[in-house]
Design a protein around this ligand. Structure first.
Ligand SMILES: *[C@@H]1O[C@H](CO)[C@@H](O)[C@H](O)[C@H]1NC(C)=O
Ligand SMILES: *[C@@H]1O[C@H](CO)[C@@H](O)[C@H](O)[C@H]1NC(C)=O
Ligand SMILES: *[C@@H]1O[C@H](CO)[C@@H](O)[C@H](O)[C@H]1NC(C)=O
Ligand SMILES: *[C@@H]1O[C@H](CO)[C@@H](O)[C@H](O)[C@H]1NC(C)=O
Ligand SMILES: *[C@@H]1O[C@H](CO)[C@@H](O)[C@H](O)[C@H]1NC(C)=O
Ligand SMILES: *[C@@H]1O[C@H](CO)[C@@H](O)[C@H](O)[C@H]1NC(C)=O
Ligand SMILES: *[C@@H]1O[C@H](CO)[C@@H](O)[C@H](O)[C@H]1NC(C)=O
Ligand SMILES: *[C@@H]1O[C@H](CO)[C@@H](O)[C@H](O)[C@H]1NC(C)=O
Ligand SMILES: *[C@@H]1O[C@H](CO)[C@@H](O)[C@H](O)[C@H]1NC(C)=O
Ligand SMILES: *[C@@H]1O[C@H](CO)[C@@H](O)[C@H](O)[C@H]1NC(C)=O
Length: 480
């Protein structure tokens, strides 16, 4: 039996959650302290979920068979990347060593994120997601743990090199298959996720190292995606089978694929000092983000699966628990699909940093999404309270207690990315092979403060959540 998504309405829980906490202030997107506090709350909560799941498991993963929820390998990689950004953006680096242990543990024998444990499902996009995180580690100046040979940048370029070898001229005149190993289902498929990640990885390696090999591959990867209509009029489509030479592109569109291509183009724009070619591409993508924007709320959403299933009546009818759950958790998105938005919003923030002109289109989406993300979370900044985040950013504030005990790490990561990204304009410049963090032209780069008193004791969370579980245990245990 699946024990998932228990939900408790406010009416049923006046004892466990004071009603006064249910209505929260809207996020002030100009208040850095409040943004940092929210980001810290979410980060603490992600780490505490990780620690609960980890006991005896493999560092770096959020999987736990007992808890019946697994997160794809790429998603774990992406989350560590955002936690590194958390340290960079807030100055609170208390989790950096935990994060570096997690990444190092997943390096695998060839230092290229191909752990044998993942073999049955390892995709190029999984591997490159971890490579992008290793690159973030280099960019934020994370120390490599003692005793570990190699540098973060080496691990990222190892992945690049394995993927260049897999670039398959026989199949679709190039391109990367989704799966790495030929026995796996999906080996016959080329997906936009692998294509976009490889493009971004090449572009960011080029920015970091100045090595022309990466620049050339970034150009080649982008051209390939356009030639094969994975990118068409700046819309990005899901992928295609190599069995028909990638001639039939599957039309599903995902925010993450679009955003990762957008960020890659912005890096190339920046690297070329604003070349016209990349400027037009960034502008085209920034315009086509509207595919993923709810026109009423201006928040990012996942059009292929995020479908609001609540009627207005459900919103006021708190007895209609099932509808409310489906509504809050937004239709038909899988665990994996529910994690795309967090990576997407992160890439849009990066885009604004590398190509400031794109803020004209992207800033309002970012601000609205950050506000929507805050509304989607219950318990942020409440004393002694657990934090739970729903998927939709287009909903009214959560006034029900929506408790996603087992599978809301993706949603929390989404919210973290949306909220902490607001801090980029004040952040120190990222490092490159020639410069350390904060040392480039960015004139106000040195103004960050370490928030200091951040050590926390999470001992109470497990008990508190068990207590809540006990209260709700007899009420709603819903398998979706
Ligand atoms: C899964 O989580 C449970 C509860 O926290 C823990 O007791 C168990 O050791 C974990 N299993 C693994 C393999 O990490
Ligand atoms: C692979 O699985 C083994 C056995 O569960 C575990 O001890 C090890 O940490 C795992 N390695 C990685 C990289 O996840
Ligand atoms: C670093 O400096 C070297 C030598 O001046 C130069 O060739 C290289 O392109 C620079 N790298 C970056 C990323 O600027
Ligand atoms: C540039 O990167 C490629 C791919 O990683 C590598 O083979 C080559 O040695 C690098 N060139 C320099 C000058 O570092
Ligand atoms: C596959 O498509 C490419 C163009 O992308 C074309 O040059 C090639 O001839 C096609 N191969 C087959 C077997 O259709
Ligand atoms: C912006 O996108 C819309 C809809 O996707 C499209 O109709 C319009 O031509 C685009 N504008 C530019 C300047 O690309
Ligand atoms: C490149 O990025 C830097 C750092 O974000 C930014 O200051 C600069 O304006 C960008 N260059 C261009 C051409 O937009
Ligand atoms: C949290 O607790 C502190 C100290 O007990 C109190 O001053 C503060 O008002 C509480 N905040 C909330 C949101 O309940
Ligand atoms: C969130 O912040 C509030 C106020 O600082 C604090 O009382 C609470 O313990 C924090 N929760 C987590 C999970 O960090
Ligand atoms: C946009 O958000 C509004 C308000 O929550 C909702 O009613 C509407 O269905 C959403 N539209 C889409 C396309 O998701």
């Amino acid at each position: 039996m699946l024990l998932r998504r228990p939900l408790l309405t406010l009416a049923a829980c006046t004892l466990c959650v004071p009603t006064s906490l249910a209505l929260q202030d809207d996020l002030d997107t100009n208040n850095q302290d409040s943004i940092k506090a929210l980001a810290r709350n979410l980060t603490n909560s992600i780490i505490s979920r990780y620690n609960e799941r980890l006991y005896g498991g493999a560092a770096g993963l959020f999987d736990n068979e007992t808890l019946e929820q697994s997160y794809p390998f790429w998603e774990a990689g992406a989350i560590w990347g955002s936690l590194l950004e958390y340290g960079h953006l807030t100055g609170d680096t208390q989790y950096n060593s935990l994060v570096s242990q997690a990444i190092i543990h997943q390096l695998g024998n060839d230092n290229a994120f191909m752990s044998p444990n993942q073999t049955r499902t390892l995709g190029n996009e999984d591997q490159s997601s971890w490579a992008l995180t290793a690159l973030t580690a280099a960019e934020v100046g994370l120390p490599v743990p003692q005793g570990q040979s190699g540098q973060w940048i080496d691990f990222a370029s190892n992945v690049f090199n394995t993927q260049v070898e897999r670039w398959d001229p026989q199949a679709c005149s190039g391109g990367l298959r989704w799966q790495i190993f030929s026995l796996n289902m999906g080996y016959d498929y080329m997906d936009a996720g692998s294509a976009s990640n490889f493009f971004l990885l090449s572009a960011r390696l080029a920015r970091f190292t100045g090595n022309k090999t990466y620049t050339e591959w970034a150009g080649k990867a982008y051209q390939w995606a356009e030639d094969h209509k994975f990118i068409d009029k700046f819309q990005v489509y899901g992928g295609a089978s190599v069995k028909d030479n990638c001639s039939k592109v599957e039309k599903a569109q995902w925010s993450m694929d679009h955003a990762v291509f957008t960020e890659g183009a912005a890096v190339m724009y920046n690297l070329t000092n604003g070349a016209e070619k990349w400027k037009n591409i960034v502008a085209g993508f920034a315009n086509s983000t509207q595919t993923f924007i709810n026109s009423t709320t201006k928040t990012l959403y996942e059009p292929t699966c995020e479908i609001r299933t609540c009627s207005a009546a459900d919103d006021v009818n708190i007895d209609n628990v099932l509808s409310r759950i489906a509504c809050m958790n937004a239709g038909r998105c899988s665990v994996e699909q529910r994690a795309y938005k967090g990576v997407a919003i992160r890439s849009y923030y990066h885009t604004m940093r590398y190509a400031p002109f794109s803020a004209e289109k992207l800033q309002s989406v970012a601000s609205s999404s950050a506000k929507g993300a805050k509304r989607s979370c219950y318990g942020l900044l409440d004393n002694d309270s657990d934090i739970f985040c729903g998927f939709s950013w287009a909903e009214a504030p959560i006034t029900d207690v929506v408790i996603n005990i087992q599978d809301d790490i993706g949603e929390m990561h989404n919210a973290l990315s949306a909220i902490q990204g607001l801090l980029w304009p004040q952040a120190k410049a990222l490092a490159s092979s020639n410069t350390s963090v904060g040392s480039t032209s960015n004139s106000n780069g040195g103004t960050q403060q370490n928030q200091g008193n951040t050590a926390k004791n999470f001992g109470g969370r497990v008990e508190a959540s068990l207590g809540l579980m006990a209260v709700i245990g007899g009420l709603f245990l819903v398998g979706l």
